[in-house]
Design a protein around this ligand. Structure first.
Ligand code: B4P
Length: 191
């Protein structure tokens, strides 16, 4: 199985590049943001809880997110591997993911991090707000809060994978195609 973590700040291109990676490698895409948004749309209890955090640009609590992620992994029959998109976002999530994958006799092969500077992130998210209908994209103050949360709570996850020699940073500026090529190259090198 090939399991990778696609990492980066809000608006870095994780969702966009995940689509390319699924097509090329036939992996199962698990985006915690997408799963939460589906629950919000379906008005489930999980959705109601997640919405109160997401609309403010804060992280959904670890225990809720970790349990949801584990259930999603266990739902898949004979997966070739997973792209974890937007997960793990805290060191506690990273540790829980390692422990859980060990029980499934598998592991994370690589974290691919998309590196994009702050002003570009803000521009991309505000542009997406024009059609996404996402409250967390529409308000510059909430975008700033998301970036601050990323810097404080999520950035340390880089070191978690660096310490395991599983970290590669990719420049996330440029055309979507060029960035995909760089991701493919990094992945092909470890296969
Ligand atoms: P996510 O859904 O993960 O939201 P995101 O970070 O905004 O998505 P992404 O980074 O994938 O956006 P993309 O670049 O594709 O999370 C939303 C919220 O859910 C979080 O704030 C949190 O509340 C909650 N949550 C999710 N996971 C959690 C977890 N593990 N723990 C706790 N809480 C969690 O797209 C951005 C825009 O840029 C798009 O419009 C795209 O078209 C554009 N773009 C992409 N590539 C481009 C390029 N190369 N050039 C120009 N534009 C580009």
């Amino acid at each position: 199985m090939l399991n990778i973590v696609l990492f980066g700040p809000p608006g870095a291109g994780k969702g966009t590049q995940s689509e390319r990676l699924i097509q090329k490698y036939g992996l199962t895409h698990l985006s915690t943001g997408d799963i939460f948004r589906a629950n919000i749309k379906g008005e489930t209890d999980l959705g109601v809880l997640a919405k109160s955090f997401m609309d403010q640009g804060s992280l959904v609590p670890d225990d809720v997110t970790i349990n949801m992620l584990k259930n999603e992994v266990l739902k898949q029959e004979n997966p070739k591997g997973f792209i974890f998109d937007g997960f793990p976002r805290t060191n506690a999530q990273a540790k829980a993911l390692d422990e859980f994958l060990e029980t499934q006799n598998t592991t994370i092969a690589l974290m691919l991090a998309l590196d994009v500077e702050e002003n570009e992130l803000k521009e991309r998210l505000l542009k997406r707000a024009e059609f996404s209908g996402r409250p967390d994209d529409a308000n510059p103050k909430i975008i700033q809060h998301r970036i601050n949360v990323y810097l404080k709570e999520t950035m340390p996850v880089k070191s978690y994978y660096e310490n395991q020699n599983k970290f590669i940073s990719i420049n996330g500026l440029g055309s979507v195609d060029d960035i995909s090529e760089k991701l493919f190259e990094a992945l092909d090198n470890i296969k």
